[in-house]
Design a protein around this ligand. Structure first.
Ligand SMILES: Cc1cc2nc3c(=O)[nH]c(=O)nc-3n(C[C@H](O)[C@H](O)[C@H](O)COP(=O)(O)O)c2cc1C
Length: 326
């Protein structure tokens, strides 16, 4: 109860600070107390139903705030014991989703205008290693090269699969992928997250995917990411001549690191797979740079130097091939 009372003014203040003032909150509290739970949820549902029309109209703003909801979920987990968590998370999500909806139409700042004119570079990092990752180092290197050659022309959007884990599709959320619609809160939450990932790709002018090779292909989190990005009706569609990508083409740079040397062999399931995934959704301007043999002392240094040199060689073409900013 205490948390809810601190939470509402806090969330209101946070959104107010960034220009979103049209704040509504719906709270279900006392959910850990058996005799209060049912009435409290019923009251909250009643209030939510009244707001539903407005809520779905403003869906876009809600999606953009999903990451904040996830943060709050994590915070909440630490406070409550397991039994209470289930209910408090739901209540919190409902309350915050309502809080996030309304958006000031005149909130476009000068900064936002300026951002529109820069190139949006989406950088997806998939290595579970945060400090000693070669693929991360190489992606940072390529970004720094782009920034050095084209100062202040890039705005980075990071999607870090190790820092912000991607959920797997399970029985409760499968309907989002199969039918494209969500009928439960869990599925809706995943659908919104998937929409956010797709929006990040759609709004980018160029993409870098940096990944290790794990067991001859991409690590599981990158596969889970693709599972949420390849959605019929969103990123590809079925036509009489087969599936067709729905996104505008733009350059995609795949950077991968591996302990052994498999590039170009029948064991390299990584490069053709990533290329196919992006091509399937309409992104065909594909380049790959790899650093392999990193577990072999005699190969490691030369392989890393070669990868950096190759990345330098791609800076100009990668920059010039970018999708025109919308
Ligand atoms: C679970 C696991 C599976 C791996 N599988 C392969 C593999 O199939 N082929 C390979 O060449 N290296 C493999 N490696 C080695 C990594 O590709 C190598 O350590 C690479 O540098 C990791 O990239 P990172 O430094 O960006 O994390 C594997 C490493 C791990 C942890």
């Amino acid at each position: 109860m205490h948390t809810t009372k601190n939470l509402t003014p806090y969330v209101k203040r946070v959104f107010n600070f960034i220009g979103i003032n049209n704040f509504i909150s719906v709270v279900a509290e006392g959910l850990a107390t058996e005799d209060k739970m049912e009435t409290s949820l019923a009251n909250a549902r009643g209030k939510l139903e009244k707001q539903a029309k407005f809520f779905y109209k403003s869906d876009k703003a809600f999606k953009e705030n999903l990451s904040k909801i996830k943060l709050m979920k994590g915070y909440n987990m630490n406070i409550y014991n397991k039994k209470k968590v289930h209910f408090s998370i739901k209540a919190l999500m409902l309350a915050i989703s309502i809080a996030c909806i309304p958006h000031n139409s005149n909130a476009m700042s000068e900064e936002a205008q300026e951002i529109k004119t820069t190139k949006k570079l989406l950088v997806v990092n998939a290595s579970p290693s945060l400090e000693n990752s070669h693929s991360r180092t190489l992606s940072h290197y390529f970004v720094s090269q782009l920034e050095n050659h084209y100062p202040e022309q890039y705005r980075l959007v990071h999607r870090d699969l190790a820092k912000d884990p991607i959920p797997y599709i399970d029985d409760r959320s499968l309907e989002v992928i199969l039918a494209g619609t969500a009928t439960t809160l869990e599925a809706r939450s995943l659908e919104i997250f998937s929409d956010t990932l797709i929006d990040e790709i759609d709004r980018s002018d160029a993409i870098i995917v940096a990944t290790p090779m794990h067991n001859f292909t991409v690590p599981a989190p990158l596969k889970a990411y693709f599972d949420l990005v390849l959605r019929a009706g969103k990123t590809f569609k079925y036509t009489s001549s087969g599936p067709e990508g729905m996104l505008i083409d733009r350059p995609i740079m795949l950077i991968y690191a591996s302990g052994g040397c498999y590039h170009g062999t029948t064991r390299d399931f990584l490069t053709p797979y990533v290329q196919e995934v992006f091509s399937f959704i309409g992104i065909n301007n594909f380049t790959s740079v790899f650093a392999e043999g990193l577990a072999m002392h005699d190969k490691k240094e030369t392989s890393l130097i070669k990868a950096k040199e190759e990345l330098e060689g791609h800076v100009k073409t990668f920059h010039e091939a970018q999708k025109a900013s919308l």
